[in-house]
Ligand binder design. Sequence first.
Ligand SMILES: [Zn+2]
Length: 191
Amino acid sequence: MPGLVQHACFGCRKVCNKPYSEQSGTEYPCPNCAQLLHVMGTAFRAPKRSDESQWRKVEELSRAGIWFVLNGGRKPQVLQEVAQFLEARAKAKQSRGERILARIGKPARAVTPKDQCRLHELQIGGNRKFALAGRELKPWMTVMFRDGDEWCAGTFRITDNGGNLVEPHLQIWGGKILIIGAQTVLRWPES
Ligand SMILES: [Zn+2]
């Protein structure tokens, strides 16, 4: 049973609970205007319909890839804080990326702070979900991982070949397994 997750239409300032699962994905039209709804997360609380400023705030956060989940950290209280919040977030990512680059030496290709990141775990409807750079990373998707000064491809899995839940890992060359730890740097293949 997929868990219900709040979805929002920013045009209509409406929310609805929709099942969200790896199978169903996120493609729901707004029942009012038929534009695609945005996944907000289980802990999202919709502002009053008349509160334009609060709706613009949550829209900007959502478009920056932020989900509203339990224990998801402090969020801006008002629209005026959003720019600073996103800037601080980008800066934190950048300095982490720069530290990594300093440690491993010159990369084979230019790596922007945006395209290297850590796996984030989300709790949605009691299920474990994973996200990379604001996009859901689903089992069997191909993802690139940093190996020394190279990027290599792996297949994301959270079950072993017997179907048992295990730590998030990558299946890599030669049938090897790479457990994704706090230090594992990943990126999407196309970035
Ligand atoms: Zn709508």
